[in-house]
Ligand binder design. Structure first.
Ligand code: ZN
Length: 518
């Protein structure tokens, strides 16, 4: 225990049921500090976590004269630090002038004390994080979990998660698109290996693509070494700026008929070295593929790659097999219930685990035993199959459509589109075009309805929900999703597939099915 920690004595965390508060308490406990929680809330879904980690908690507590009795120092949740009424009250009862600390104090004075992976990128970072965690867990390593009921990949969460009890930290690091954000997360988390899945143009809300790229580059600055998708020309190009160990993964399946997207490069796909249009000999997924330019820019040598990718189906759900190669070794991977993009995600995780010395057998055992991430091609009903997927941008939708269309056979594919794309109307139109592969499309979100004229398939509309006002990223109301599911079930026969894409569908569909009692 370092000086800062040993001087704390008995610590009271006030507001310890909140997102950051709970992690402050758990990190202190993981560092053998005697810690208790006070919170004004009446209950918390984290109750069992605190119990398991022996952190006493007092609910329904509003500060009283004796609240601080017996404690030597105080940590405050960030929300309380900015609440002047609360601070005044705290000061009025802090008769012994106990030191008051913030999350920043904790981060400055502690370290993860373990190897740390930071996983970032546009698509696939959540799945890659889960697969890498599973590889370690199945091989008897413990990995810290934040246990929060939210994604938890931004601000202080990854850095605190890294400091929880465990052998190896596997952190998903996301961004709201603000400058400096990822760099701060990565440096506070002391990331050793940075894994970047891919960079696409989809996540553009504010600012230019270059702003977005520089945001992603931040993830490359901090770690000692990097695991990057070599089939992503942008990552390949950006890696040259950094003088550190770089490991590339990708796919080498040139003759595979599964990948028949022969579209030439778009206006945007220019060689980052000379500005000429890139040549694509093969596209595997969106802009991921085998590219080259007359100036000599091309795919790097791959340290890990997949070959012989096969997609089959069992009970109308996809199963993917491929041969995984790491250095001179190889083995067969089987992914149950995943989209083709999981080939890339699992190879990224495999290469990352290999760097820590795991054998290819241990790695494949971890990938094969990985089931699903909730909301990623998740089967929530059978006869007919109802599948929900969180896809919310064109490349996410493309991966899902490529996968389902390949396995659907004679089944009708009925798609409920609840997406309100992050890249604006242009993204929604691109998504609408991709949905043309379905037999019937039911536009659910208001935006999906507006872009429905671009769908080259039968479109059936639900009644508009005139009371719905879009907030945040959720583009559909519970009522809209309910009408769409009822409509879909009316049309579908037992062998058909109902695919619900987007955040609204992901959030509401399970409850709706429960209420419909089917
Ligand atoms: Zn070039």
């Amino acid at each position: 225990m370092n000086r800062f920690l040993s001087d704390l004595g008995k610590v009271l965390v006030i507001g310890g049921c909140g997102t950051v508060g709970s992690l402050i308490a758990r990190v202190l406990k993981a560092n053998d500090v005697d810690v208790s929680i006070l919170d004004s809330a009446s209950d918390s879904y984290l109750k069992d976590v605190f119990k398991r980690e022996n952190i006493p908690i007092e609910f329904n507590h509003n500060l009283a004269e004796n609240s601080l009795d017996g404690f030597n120092s105080i940590f405050l949740a960030p929300s309380l630090l900015n609440n002047s009424n609360f601070i005044n009250k705290l000061n009025s009862i802090n008769h012994n002038n106990l030191a008051i600390y913030s999350v920043e104090d904790l981060l400055r004075n502690t370290n993860p004390n373990k190897y740390v992976y930071g996983i970032s990128g546009t698509n696939g970072k959540t799945t890659t994080t889960h697969i890498l965690k599973n590889i370690f867990k199945i091989n008897n390593y413990t990995v810290p979990e934040h246990e929060l009921n939210l994604q938890g990949n931004t601000e202080f969460i990854p850095s605190l998660q890294a400091r929880l009890t465990g052998d190896i930290a596997v952190l998903e690091i996301g961004t709201f698109g603000n400058k400096g954000e990822i760099k701060l997360s990565a440096s506070n988390s002391k990331v050793n290996t940075g894994v970047i899945t891919n960079i696409t143009r989809d996540h553009l809300v504010n600012g230019t693509f270059n702003d977005y790229i520089s945001c992603k580059k931040e993830m490359m600055e901090v770690p000692d070494n990097l695991v990057l998708d070599g089939d992503d020309y942008l990552l390949n190009y950006l890696s040259a700026e950094f003088n550190k160990d770089i490991y590339f993964f990708g796919v080498k399946d040139f003759n595979n008929p599964l990948f028949n997207d022969s579209s030439s490069s778009t206006e945007d796909e220019l060689c980052p070295v000379c500005g000429e249009k890139l040549n694509y000999a093969k596209r595997y997924l969106g802009h991921l593929g085998e590219y080259s330019c007359s100036c000599g820019f091309k795919n790097p040598n791959l340290d890990a790659y997949g070959t012989n990718i096969k997609l089959s189906s069992k009970n109308n759900m996809p199963i993917i097999q491929y041969e995984l190669h790491i250095k001179d070794e190889s083995g067969i991977v089987t992914l149950s219930n995943g989209a083709l993009s999981n080939v890339y995600n699992s190879i990224a995780a495999a290469l990352a685990a290999h760097l820590k010395g795991l054998s290819i057998e241990e790695i494949i055992k971890g990938i094969n035993s990985f089931t699903i991430v909730k909301g990623r091609l998740e089967l929530i009903h059978t006869k007919p199959n109802i599948i929900i997927d969180f896809a919310h941008n064109p490349s996410g939708v493309k991966s899902i459509m490529d996968t389902i269309l390949h396995i659907k056979g004679d089944s009708k594919l009925i798609i409920l589109n609840t997406i309100s794309s992050e890249s604006g109307l242009e993204g929604d139109i691109e998504i609408a075009k991709l949905l043309s592969g379905g037999d019937i499309v039911i536009p659910v979100s208001d935006i999906a309805r507006k872009s429905a004229k671009y769908i080259d398939a039968k479109v059936i509309n639900i009644k508009e929900d005139i009371n719905f006002k879009k907030t945040g990223t959720i583009g559909s109301s519970p009522n809209q999703v309910k009408s769409a599911i009822e409509l879909g079930l009316d049309i579908a026969s037992e062998d058909d597939i109902i695919l619900i894409i987007g955040e609204g569908g992901n959030k509401y569909s399970k409850d709706i099915l429960n209420k419909l009692n089917i």
